[in-house]
Design a protein around this ligand. Structure first.
Ligand code: AMP
Ligand code: MG
Length: 282
């Protein structure tokens, strides 16, 4: 059944299968039939649902359940990854969140296999993990800028698939989200960073140079979607020019992942009546 406001559920509408990024309407709102105000209203409602489900995941983790959920966020600068962390993940109990952001590898990280820092940051049982960038940078920025020779990055697609399959088999639901803004929207957002002192900290002069590599990034993102969207860990493509839509869409994907875990509240490990009696008599 279609979710409220959605004519097609987000999990279906955002599937990466067969999608050409070059043809993507980044200002679109696939599957959603309402406007911005309807979207924002629904988001407020769905945020409550997400938060309640995440509490259940956390509660089960505290009781020894080893399952977890990992949200992998990929996207060019200004696509809104930070906004998802702040507004979507920020709406749930921070105790239950394992957050990691991946930038240019440190000297120590460079001495290890590229998955080394990723494995260290995986969510613990009961946690909602979020990766702001991820191991996919090792087939994106690395491929675009030839940071390692092709012979080295080429086998990574299969290696990543095997790595994620193992993760999923061990009880982590992997929700992969690629966010796309148009070149024009990126310019507008970068300009805003230069016009607002409270946004200077987000600006990196190199972001302007990266715009020159846009077609190369599109090609690298396309290859990533085609080669690493698997049954165990499929990609979702999020048109991200409208922030209200990307936040709502990713909230729905997380709700779906958590609902599929069929989480109950963990049962008491003690006799409730007996403990009540003890307390009242104490
Ligand atoms: P930001 O997310 O804006 O803090 O930027 C992080 C930067 O780190 C981006 O320019 C990424 O492309 C870069 N980065 C992340 N992972 C890697 C990697 N494995 N190799 C090289 N650069 C990376
Ligand atoms: Mg940046």
């Amino acid at each position: 059944m279609a979710k409220k406001g959605w004519s097609v559920p987000a999990t279906e509408a955002l599937k990466a299968d067969g999608l050409r990024i070059a043809d993507l309407d980044t200002s679109g709102t696939p599957g959603f039939k309402g406007d911005k105000s309807a979207g924002q209203e629904l988001l407020a409602e769905r945020t409550e649902v997400l938060s309640a489900l995440q509490e259940r995941l956390y509660a089960n983790g505290r009781s020894g359940d080893l399952r977890s959920v990992l949200l992998v966020l990929q996207g060019m600068d200004t696509a809104g990854k930070g906004g998802i962390v702040r507004h979507v993940i920020g709406s749930v109990d921070p105790q239950g969140v394992d957050h990691a952001a991946f930038g240019v590898p440190t000297e120590e990280e460079k001495r290890h296999h590229y998955l080394w820092r990723i494995r260290k940051a995986l969510p613990r049982g009961g946690q909602l993990g979020v990766f702001d960038r991820s191991h996919y940078e090792d087939v994106l920025v690395v491929r675009v800028h030839n940071l390692v020779p092709k012979e080295e990055w080429e086998p990574r697609y299969d290696e990543i698939n095997a790595f994620e399959k193992e993760l999923v088999d061990e009880g982590t639901t992997v929700v992969k989200v690629a966010m796309f803004v148009s070149l024009d929207e990126q310019k507008r957002r970068l300009l805003e960073r230069l016009e607002r002192p409270d946004k200077y900290w987000k600006f990196n002069p190199a972001d302007i140079d990266e715009r020159g590599y846009w077609p190369d990034y599109q090609e690298a993102y396309q290859a990533m979607l085609e080669r690493t969207s698997t049954k165990s860990a499929p990609w979702h493509v999020i048109p991200a020019d409208r922030k209200w839509y990307s936040r709502l869409a990713i909230t729905e994907l997380l709700i779906d992942a958590l609902e599929k875990l069929d989480l109950e509240w963990p049962p008491a490990k003690f006799d409730v009546d007996e403990q009540k009696k003890r307390l009242l008599e104490a």
